[in-house]
Design a binder for this molecule. Structure first.
Ligand code: GDP
Ligand code: IMO
Ligand code: MG
Length: 423
C-alpha cells in the first residue's frame, strides 16, 4: 500500500481538516507529518464544530488510528488542552492516537523566543502564530532540541540545559518575560502526554503499509508557506510540501500514492508577506465576510484576493499533485464575475513562472470569467452545477493540468461533492 497525501496549495486554511475528515472512512490510518499548533483545522458535522491543532483530523470517523509523526512539533500543554476538550465531548483518544517519540517538543521558552524574535524584527515581523514554531524547528536543525522520547529518560536535566540556552539568548535580546505560571502548567502537562502511545511511528507506519493498510497524510499550512519554496522569509519553519511527508513520517518517496492538492476558489493569507492578488477594496471585504475569513487559531482577519494560478501552478509542480480539491466555491456564489490571475507583470514583462521573489512591483494579470449567481450550498452532485461554474472548473483544470475531483460547497461534512464518480 501507499500513503496518500493531502496538502494545502496556497497560504494555509484551504480547508484541509474538513476534507481529511471526509476522506477518512476510506483509510485505516491518518497521520500529521509537519507543523504544530500553528495549524487550526476546522471540521463541522452534525451541527458541531471542532478546531484541531496538533491532533489529526481523522479522529471523528469511527476509531481509526491517528498518528502525530516525527516531523511535527508538539506543545504538551496545548496538546493537553486540545485532547481534554475532545475527551469532554466524548472523544477519548488515548487508544486511538499514537505519537512519535521523535517529534520535537515546544518548550515554554520557545514561545517566548518566538515573541522576542518578532519584536526584534519590528515592521519586518513575520506575523507568526506565536506558538514557538520557528524556535523549536531551529533547535531541531541546530541539534539542540528535545523530543517526546526524551520524556522517558533524564528529562529534567535535559530540560534545564535547553532552558538555560534559551534564557541566555533572551537576555542578549534584552527581552523581559515571566513564564513561571506557563512553565508550571507545561511541566504538569508532561504526565498527561506520557499516557498516550509514544511510538517509533516510522516503523509502525511502514508495518501498516506492509500489512496492506491505507494511510492518509494530513498536511498543515500550505505550499506558499513552505520553508524552501514559499514566500521566504514570510513562511513557516517546516516543509509543508509533499516531500515533507517522507521526512515527517519516515515514508519512502516510492511509497507515496495520490497527492491531493487543496485550494480555495479564491485566495487568502494571514500574517505578513507578499500576496500579489490581494484585494484592498470592497470585493476583498466581501470575500472576507462571506467566507468568514478569520484565523481559527489567532482570530486574525485573513487577507483576501483572487485565485493566483501562477502560484498554484508552481504548487502543483512542487508537490506532484495528482488530484485537485476546490474549497469554498459557495463563497463566490453571488459574484457577477470572477477573476483569476494567469500571469504577473514584472518590469513591464509578463511572467507565468513563479519568480524568486513576489515583493513590490508585481502586477497580477487577470482573466475575467462570468459568475454563476446560484446558491450551490445545497447541491448534492455535479449534475446540478451551473454552466458558468463548470466553465470555471474546466478553465482551472486546463490551466493547472490536473483534474478537480472534489468540490466543497459549504463547511459541513455533507457539503462535499465528488466528481467523476465513474472512476
Ligand atoms: P485548514 O487549516 O486548511 O483545515 O482550514 P481552516 O479550518 O483553517 O479554514 C477553513 C475554513 O473554511 C473553516 O472555517 C471551515 O469550516 C470553512 N470551510 C471549509 N470548506 C468550506 C466550504 O466549502 N465553504 C465554506 N463556506 N466554508 C468552508
Ligand atoms: P493551517 O494548517 C495559515 C502563518 C502565520 C505566519 C507564518 C509563520 O491552519 O493551514 P508560524 O507560527 O508558523 O511561525 O507563522 O505562517 N501560518 C499559517 N497561516 N494557516 C496555517 O495553518 C498557518 N500556520 C502558520 O500566520 O504568517
Ligand atoms: Mg487553518
Amino acid at each position: 500500500m501507499k500513503v496518500d497525501v493531502l496538502l494545502g496549495l496556497q497560504w494555509g486554511d484551504e480547508g484541509k481538516g474538513k476534507v481529511v475528515d471526509v476522506l477518512t472512512p476510506k483509510y485505516d490510518v491518518v497521520a500529521r507529518f509537519q507543523g504544530g499548533p500553528n495549524a487550526g483545522h476546522t471540521l463541522e458535522f452534525n451541527g458541531e464544530k471542532y478546531i484541531l491543532r496538533s491532533i489529526p483530523s481523522g479522529i471523528f470517523q469511527g476509531g481509526k488510528i491517528n498518528v502525530i509523526g516525527n516531523g511535527v512539533v508538539l506543545d504538551p500543554l496545548l496538546f493537553r488542552q486540545e485532547a481534554e476538550a475532545l475527551a469532554a465531548s466524548g472523544h477519548d483518544l488515548t487508544k486511538q492516537l499514537f505519537i512519535s517519540k521523535k517529534a520535537h517538543l515546544i518548550l515554554p521558552t520557545h514561545r517566548v523566543l518566538d515573541a522576542a524574535y518578532e519584536a526584534s524584527k519590528g515592521s519586518g515581523k513575520i506575523g507568526t502564530t506565536g506558538k514557538g514554531i520557528g524556535p523549536t524547528y531551529t533547535d531541531k536543525i541546530s541539534r539542540n532540541g528535545l523530543r517526546v522520547g526524551d520524556l522517558l529518560h533524564n528529562f529534567e536535566e535535559r530540560y534545564a540545559a535547553a532552558k538555560a540556552k534559551h534564557e541566555a539568548i533572551l537576555a542578549s535580546l534584552n527581552y523581559s518575560y515571566d513564564i513561571k505560571e506557563l512553565e508550571a502548567e507545561w511541566l504538569s502537562a508532561l504526565d498527561y502526554l506520557k499516557r498516550f502511545n509514544l511510538i517509533d511511528s516510522e516503523q509502525v507506519i511502514n508495518d501498516y503499509l506492509k500489512d496492506e493498510k491505507s494511510v492518509l497524510a494530513e498536511g498543515a499550512q500550505g505550499t506558499m508557506l513552505d520553508i524552501d519554496f514559499g514566500s521566504y522569509p514570510f513562511v513557516t519553519s517546516s516543509n509543508t510540501i509533499c516531500a515533507g511527508c517522507c521526512t515527517g513520517l519516515g515514508v519512502s518517496p516510492r511509497n507515496i500514492g495520490e497527492v491531493f492538492g487543496i485550494f480555495k476558489a479564491y485566495c487568502t493569507r494571514v500574517g505578513s508577506g507578499p500576496f500579489p492578488t490581494e484585494l484592498f477594496d470592497e470585493t476583498g471585504d466581501r470575500i472576507c465576510e462571506l467566507g468568514h475569513e478569520f484565523g481559527s487559531v489567532t482570530g486574525r482577519k485573513r487577507r483576501c484576493g483572487w485565485i493566483d494560478l501562477v502560484a498554484l501552478k508552481y504548487a502543483v509542480m512542487i508537490n506532484g499533485v495528482s488530484q485537485l480539491i476546490m474549497m469554498k466555491s459557495d463563497v463566490l456564489d453571488s459574484f457577477e464575475t470572477i477573476k483569476a490571475c494567469v500571469a504577473y507583470r514584472i518590469d513591464s514583462e509578463e511572467v507565468t513562472t513563479f519568480p524568486y521573489e513576489i515583493g513590490e512591483g508585481i502586477e497580477p494579470i487577470y482573466v475575467e470569467l462570468p459568475g454563476w449567481n446560484t446558491d450551490m450550498t445545497k447541491m448534492q452532485s455535479e449534475d446540478e452545477f451551473p454552466e458558468e461554474f463548470n466553465a470555471y472548473l474546466s478553465f482551472l483544470e486546463e490551466e493547472l493540468g490536473v483534474p478537480v475531483k472534489i468540490v466543497s460547497v459549504g463547511p459541513d461534512r455533507e457539503q462535499t461533492i465528488v466528481r467523476y464518480t465513474e472512476d
